[in-house]
Design a protein around this ligand. Structure first.
Ligand code: DAK
Length: 261
């Protein structure tokens, strides 16, 4: 696929994905959603050399200002919305279940679908000017890309209910206090901080990292017993060469050299 709205760059084993529709504040139109779906379904899994992914928005003003409102009006009333929501869910599950860490470097507005995209990532680094909201009720709709569920997972039902019903916009510090973002950094340093964290994670056992993602995600899967998943995953990681290497390196007082085996 030729990407029209995503810019991909690989540096130091990290894939940087920039959503590039700056004139529309990087709103997620259908084409961008198809590109994100393709990226995480087909493209990123084949990039064996990357240790993680960063998603950010072009420009200084916006991460993603939501789904593209101008495209909404093309939805028919007999199911177009449900199909669009399902495709969004499928796409954001691909991100959430990606076996390598994905960080949202939130450089500005993360509204509606933008906040939902950030929440589908494993970690969120916010610039101090970042703003978050689920303002769908202003448009007479509800979040359609997982926001009603992931906002509760991130900040709890009490505050999620309020933000979802009022559509209130919150700043980076409040988002941090609520547990919506991991760190707040000076504007312009979101990607650098994300890289720093990914580099730290890259020094760990990659199979263990994949299993952390899988087992933590199991918490929110109602058809999966997370504790049983942990027992299963623990059995798998303890039979890897990387575990032998990690334990041996500890005893020999040296840095582990993991081989992803
Ligand atoms: N979609 C399309 N264009 C957008 C946009 C958006 N979400 N947000 C901004 N833009 C465009 C503006 O129309 C404007 O374009 P021009 O008029 O220059 O052509 C340009 O970006 C710059 O925006 P502003 O001139 O408005 O910039 P300001 O600094 O004055 O204001 C703002 C920034 C972020 C406060 C404002 O642009 C704003 O309120 N934007 C809309 C925020 C919003 O309500 N986003 C949508 C949330 S609802 C669904 C699945 C998912 C969803 C819905 C349904 N289904 C499955 C059916 C999700 C919905 C959402 O995300």
């Amino acid at each position: 696929m030729t990407y029209q709205n995503l810019i991909l760059t690989e540096e130091d084993g990290i894939l940087l994905v920039t959503i590039n529709r700056e004139k529309a504040l990087n709103a997620l139109n259908g084409q961008t959603m198809r590109e994100l779906n393709h990226l995480f379904a087909e493209d990123a899994p084949k990039r064996a050399n990357i240790s993680g992914v960063i998603i950010t928005g072009a420009g200084e003003k916006s991460f993603v200002a939501g789904a593209d409102i101008k495209e909404f009006l093309n939805l028919d009333s007999k199911g177009g919305g449900a199909e669009m929501a399902q495709f969004g869910h499928d796409t954001f599950f691909l991100i959430e279940r990606f076996h390598k860490p994905v960080i949202a470097a939130v450089n500005g507005f993360a509204l509606g679908g933008g906040c939902e995209l950030a929440m589908a990532c494993h970690l969120r680094i916010a610039g101090e000017k970042a703003r978050f909201s689920q303002p769908e009720v202003n448009l007479g709709i509800i979040p359609g890309y997982g926001g009603t569920q992931r906002l509760i997972q991130c900040i709890g039902k009490t505050k999620a209910m309020e933000l979802l019903m009022t559509g209130d916009m919150i700043g980076a510090e409040e988002a941090h206090n609520l547990g919506l973002v991991n760190h707040v950094v000076p504007a312009g340093e979101e990607v650098a901080k994300s890289k720093e964290i990914l580099q730290k994670i890259a020094s760990k056992g990659p199979i263990a990292i994949a299993k952390v993602i899988e087992t933590v995600n199991a918490y929110a899967q109602h058809d999966v017993d997370g504790f049983a998943k942990e027992v299963e995953a623990f059995g798998e990681v303890t039979s890897t060469e990387d575990f032998v290497e990690g334990a041996t390196a500890f005893i020999e007082k040296r840095k582990a050299d993991f081989k992803n085996k």
